[in-house]
Every structure is written in structure tokens, then in C-alpha cells.
Ligand binder design. Structure first.
Ligand code: GAR
Length: 214
């Protein structure tokens, strides 16, 4: 079996995006594997999905921590212990502190239910309908300290229909989120594997050059 990038997924609720990633990871040549699912909510349905797939789960209830930093610090320790290389936020409804984000540079992915930079934050579908946009969609991006503003990995657009409610629009967008997340994670994981391979070749050629010079 070829090498796979270890991924942790952070959730707070239903976990349909998590399910899309679990399903994608089943393909033998998919370059990532989920090693841990963490929820900040004990009753998150996504935890059941992970358990059903035989993935290790942890509940870290943020209400048990005195500050955001303390919670994030615990999170970071658990993630480090899991040896994951990427952290996928999939409906994780917590803002991460700057120090957490800086501990995991270029390693945290987030799916957001709008075409960023439009409608960052919450209540995206309500705001999209209020604004009268004719297209909405979703964005997969790297997480930086600024909310919903990191480098974009990919986007998918859907039409907004005249009779849409926040719920009908959310459902249409969610279908695209699932495809985009699986594809985007594949791209990012493949890039990491390629860079690793290039590093290895560089190391090997340095070793052979020094042997020639010896
Ligand atoms: C998804 O629509 C995701 O984009 C959104 O929460 C939903 C989670 O659904 N995330 C955010 O709004 C983050 N700011 P899921 O639990 O079924 O994957």
C-alpha cells in the first residue's frame, strides 16, 4: 500500500462532510487516511459516523476549559499525539486562536458554506438570500488567524433559486461541499507526498555526491 497522509477531522455536529471524507478514504489510491476525529460536542452525530468506520474518536468539550487558549492547547497536544499531518475542519463551529493556527501552519483546511470572501462567519445562507445573490456555493481554504480568509484551495458554485429558503440553499451547497472537500484533500495530500518524494531524492543525491567526493 502506498504512503498516505494522516489526517485528523474536527467536527461539532452532523458530520456529513466527515462522511464524505471517510468515503473518499476508502479508495485504495486515495492519498489520505483519517486517524482521529475530534468533536467539541458530546452528542455530535459525526462521532457515530467515525465509530462506525472504525476511526478513533475523542470528545473535547470546550466548556470544560477556562479559556479558548487552554482548549486549543489541549487540542494541539492531542493532534500532535495522533501524528496527523493535516487537520480538516468539517463543521467545527469554534474559532481557533492565533497561537493554535501558528502551531499548524499550512496544515489546517476548512470548508465554508459560501463563496468567500463573500459571507464569512455564520448565517451564510440567510445573508446570501438577503443580499439577493444569484449564485452561492462553498469554499475550501487553508486556515489562517483571520476568520475565513486563508488561501483558497477550491470553490464550487450553485444557483440561488427564487423560492429558496436558507434550508434549501444549504442543502444544495452541502452536496457540493462533499465533492469539493474530498477532491481538495486529495490535491493537498498528493502535493505533500510529492514534496516529500522530491526532498528524499534531493537527500539521496546529496549523499551520493558526498560519497563520490569521499
Ligand atoms: C457545513 O455546511 C459547513 O460548511 C459548515 O457547517 C456545516 C456542517 O455540516 N461550516 C461552517 O459554517 C464553518 N464556519 P456537516 O456537519 O454535515 O459537515
Amino acid at each position: 500500500m502506498s504512503e498516505k497522509i494522516k489526517v485528523a477531522v474536527l467536527i461539532s455536529g452532523n458530520g456529513t462532510n466527515l462522511q464524505a471524507l471517510i468515503d473518499a478514504c476508502i479508495a485504495p489510491n486515495y492519498p489520505a487516511e483519517i486517524v482521529l476525529v475530534i468533536s467539541n460536542k458530546a452528542n455530535a452525530k459525526g462521532i457515530e459516523r467515525a465509530q462506525k468506520a472504525g476511526i478513533k474518536t475523542r470528545i473535547i468539550d470546550h466548556t470544560n476549559y477556562r479559556s479558548r487558549e487552554e482548549f486549543d492547547c489541549k487540542l494541539s497536544i492531542i493532534l500532535s499525539n495522533s501524528e496527523c499531518k493535516l487537520v480538516c475542519l468539517a463543521g467545527f463551529m469554534r474559532i481557533l486562536s492565533e497561537s493554535f493556527v501558528n502551531t499548524w501552519p499550512n496544515s489546517i483546511l476548512n470548508i465554508h458554506p459560501s463563496l468567500l470572501p463573500s459571507f464569512p462567519g455564520t448565517k451564510t445562507h440567510e445573508r446570501a438570500l438577503e443580499a439577493g445573490v444569484k449564485f452561492s456555493g462553498c469554499t475550501l481554504h487553508f486556515v489562517t488567524a483571520e476568520l475565513d480568509a486563508g488561501p483558497i484551495i477550491g470553490q464550487a458554485a450553485v444557483p440561488v433559486l427564487d423560492n429558496d429558503t436558507p434550508k434549501t440553499l444549504a442543502n444544495r451547497v452541502l452536496i457540493e461541499e462533499h465533492k469539493l472537500y474530498a477532491l481538495g484533500l486529495e490535491l493537498v495530500a498528493n502535493k505533500i507526498l510529492k514534496n516529500k518524494e522530491a526532498d528524499l531524492h534531493r537527500e539521496q543525491s546529496t549523499v551520493s555526491k558526498s560519497l563520490i567526493n569521499f
